[in-house]
Design a protein around this ligand. Sequence first.
Ligand SMILES: Cc1cc2nc3c(=O)[nH]c(=O)nc-3n(C[C@H](O)[C@H](O)[C@H](O)COP(=O)(O)OP(=O)(O)OC[C@H]3O[C@@H](n4cnc5c(N)ncnc54)[C@H](O)[C@@H]3O)c2cc1C
Length: 343
Amino acid sequence: MRDLLVAGGGPIGLAAALYATRAGLDVAVREPRTGDIDKACGEGLMPGAVAALDDLGVYPHGHPVRGVRYLDGTRTAQADFRYGTGLGVRRTVLHGALRARAAEAAIEVDHRPVREVLDRGDHLVVDGEPTRYLVAADGLHSPVRRLLGLGRTPARHRRYGLRCHVEVEPWTSYVEVHWSGAGEAYVTPVAEDVVGVAVLTSGPRPMPELLAQFPLLGRRIAGRATSRTRGAGPLRQRSRSRVAGRVLLVGDAAGYVDALTGEGIALGMAQARAAVAALAEGRPQRYEGDWRRLRRRHDLLTGGLVLATAVPPVRHGIVGAAAGVPAVFDAAVNQLARPARAR
Ligand SMILES: Cc1cc2nc3c(=O)[nH]c(=O)nc-3n(C[C@H](O)[C@H](O)[C@H](O)COP(=O)(O)OP(=O)(O)OC[C@H]3O[C@@H](n4cnc5c(N)ncnc54)[C@H](O)[C@@H]3O)c2cc1C
């Protein structure tokens, strides 16, 4: 019988499979899609994600990112990463690099979705196949989470993310977050001649309409070729528990706060590592505490910031406040950016 099946061959599922191989577990991945998968994503890897990829021998080509800058048209706040460099990377490039590393490690990827999970006590049967454990890394709207009844009602304040690429030479090596009444647009340099633009908003509309709300950014990208838009949401997703018997939820499948602070991949990779460590010890329940520890700072800082965005006067003052107390802004950015370990 196989030790571990991973549902979802996105970045976090592939990272989980690589950690599992390194721990000596017999692992396979189920991913319905083929090729290098694209997805709505800001494509900024925090230093923690870069360090984790490095540790797994995954070196995607991208554009160095030295920190985060907030702008609202009149004020600017900026913080440099203190725990390593970030990286702007196209999703397809990141996925390609992870897939290549998984192929090198001889990890089998079966292109069928997971549809059925039966718990037999001392093992699971997934679509007729026995396995000791299942790690579900099947994304924001995780079918496995739903199948096991682990989902929770979505939050009332719903936010959505849209992303496109613009053919322009990056004008900065910071992730720029432009604030307006319509939402936040964040710009990530992802290659020598491309930037990614992700807009987060509670009122999704066509991308050109949203971008019109950010005049400073609009001037930078006016007249430039723009790719098709991808969308995702509602962003806030919650789960009742991260461990259900022999099934562990990681990455977005385990729940997601928001894309505003851009640490989804760093956090997901830390979760994947912690989940595999718990399984290698034969103590899956241990992962629940690890997940909570890993999530704490994101719940506090990202969750707090998102709550503040919903109150117009507070939202209006965010960039000014960040610029006014640079030490606090710097501390918050680096709290989220620093590499995470569960234990
Ligand atoms: C607008 C936006 C901007 C973002 N910006 C950033 C950023 O700048 N930096 C950052 O780090 N993070 C960012 N994120 C978050 C980041 O994209 C996610 O945290 C990350 O993609 C999670 O990876 P994952 O592998 O958990 O899920 P996914 O990437 O969604 O992968 C899940 C995989 O599961 C597969 N799957 C689905 N159903 C099944 C099934 N039944 N069986 C098997 N497989 C299945 C899917 O095909 C998919 O490939 C952003 C998110 C959004 C929406």
